[in-house]
Design a protein around this ligand. Structure first.
Ligand code: RNT
Ligand code: ZN
Length: 435
């Protein structure tokens, strides 16, 4: 059993921390109120190892590499929602729901490209029950209509009679068009902006001689998908680039440059997945460089480790804290910015991983909200760079955790490690029974 601090000690710790922050001109109550207004999207796809609910004859290759076989994977919508509920119990964050089209639950079997909003009715009800806004991704992967790892950039424009009489690229364009309609409808019903993220694995393992061809097709597919004017109050289209993926080592059609240029020119949004950059590349620096020129930004918080982009988010992720600092310093929170998790690791309990990721994101957000930015900016413009440096370093050890504990206590979200006992029970009584 893990130690749970007493109410008195939590409150005492909080009062002390409050005084420390007040001495720096910061109001912890205000920070906590701001914290509540920022949603963090939980990526449903970690709960079933990015498998989806569709059944395809003979199974299909997955473009998202998930290693491990820890017991308890959610096998259907009911189990996935049950797991998400369990994860949310131990996070004091305000949650959004991150969906993929592969989690549709149509009444009768349908092609992925033909889904409509009603095929997500169970999810919409779930979001309503938990007061969650929604984010959405068309799953352009793990499907028999992927050809040689390509979808929107596929050179296969020929009709494949065996499936819906659609060419590969036309199939995925249709999926993209319907995906936007689904987002707009969900946003309208829930009264939120749905961030519609596009990531495709399209690329080539070895050197291609036709880079321009792949990118021209990707551009053309996106142009077709975005052609329909939809209500931007309910929909923000974003695109997620990547430096490379497994099996696309030499060429990724949807590179960062491609999507930044496309988003700026066409007033679309950009998604930054924190695991998709060169290991020393500071993606937090991109916020101020890109945001002024695009229609919104989304973050996929992940922990990149060497060549892998999808380890569970922890506080170790090099620029995680800086992302939130940048968003707070530039006053971008709640300004057409969405923050979500994106990782998958089947070697650990998937619900525990969600909780760890949510708590890491939450701590980074809270830390940013409790930064004496005004004082540091003053030092910076006064030319007192030593003072700025010293403050940045001292700030790393402010009593953030006392405020965090208080927040978890107030929200009944598990103080310290106490939630791990309840996760042991959940794993034993719920997840391990799924055989
Ligand atoms: C993959 C991308 C993408 C996916 C999900 C499943 O590298 O990060 O966002 O993880 O869409
Ligand atoms: Zn991602």
């Amino acid at each position: 059993m893990f130690y749970t601090p007493t109410d008195d000690s939590i409150l005492e710790g909080y009062q002390n921390a409050k005084a420390v922050y007040a001495s720096l001109g910061l109001d912890t109550e205000r920070a906590l109120a701001q914290f509540e207004k920022v949603g963090i999207s939980i990526h449903s796809w970690a709960g079933d190892d990015v498998t989806g609910f569709e059944t395809h004859e003979g199974g299909v290759h997955s473009e998202n590499t998930v290693t491990g076989n820890y017991p308890g994977r959610a096998r259907n919508g009911g189990e996935l929602r049950q797991d998400l509920e369990q994860a949310m119990r131990f996070s004091p964050c305000t949650h959004r729901l991150g969906l993929q089209s592969m989690y549709a639950e149509p009444k009768t079997q349908k092609e992925r490209c033909d889904y409509d909003v009603e095929d997500f009715r169970n999810w919409i009800d779930f979001a309503k029950k938990h007061h969650m806004a929604v984010d959405y991704n068309v799953s352009y992967f793990t499907h028999p209509m992927m050809k040689d790892g390509c979808s929107l950039a596929s050179p296969d424009d020929a009709v494949r009679a065996w499936l819906a009489a659609l060419a590969v690229r036309a199939y995925w364009v249709r999926a993209g068009i319907n995906g936007r309609r689904i987002c707009e409808a969900i946003g309208r019903e829930l009264g939120c902006t749905v961030f519609n993220n596009t990531w495709t694995p399209d690329g080539v393992k070895d050197n291609t001689v036709d880079r321009m061809g792949y990118r021209a097709r990707l551009k053309d597919s996106l142009d077709q998908i975005y052609a329909e004017p939809l209500d931007s109050r309910y929909l923000c289209d974003c695109m997620e680039g990547k430096v490379f993926s497994i099996a696309n080592e030499c060429f990724t059609a949807g590179s960062h440059d491609f999507y930044i240029a496309y988003a700026a020119k066409n007033q679309k949004g950009l998604t930054i997945d924190t695991g998709h950059f060169h290991p020393t590349e500071n993606y937090a620096d991109k916020i101020s460089a890109v945001f002024p020129f695009v229609d919104g930004m989304m973050f996929h918080l992940s922990r990149g480790v060497r060549w892998d982009s999808d380890h569970t988010l922890t506080q170790d992720e090099p620029y995680l804290f800086q992302v939130f600092q940048e968003l707070v310093r530039a006053d971008l929170l709640n300004k057409r910015v969405a923050i979500g998790l994106d990782f998958f690791d089947a070697q650990v309990n998937r619900v525990t991983a969600w909780i760890v990721g949510l708590r890491a994101a939450g701590k980074a957000l809270l830390a940013a909200l409790l930064e004496p930015t005004v004082l540091m900016r003053e030092a910076e413009y006064a030319g007192n760079l030593g003072k700025r440096m010293a403050m940045l370093d001292e700030c790393k050890n402010l009593p953030l955790n006392a405020v965090w504990d208080y927040l978890c206590w107030k929200k009944n979200a598990g103080v310290g490690m106490s939630w791990l006992d309840e996760m042991d029970r959940y794993e034993r009584e719920v997840q391990r029974k799924r055989v």
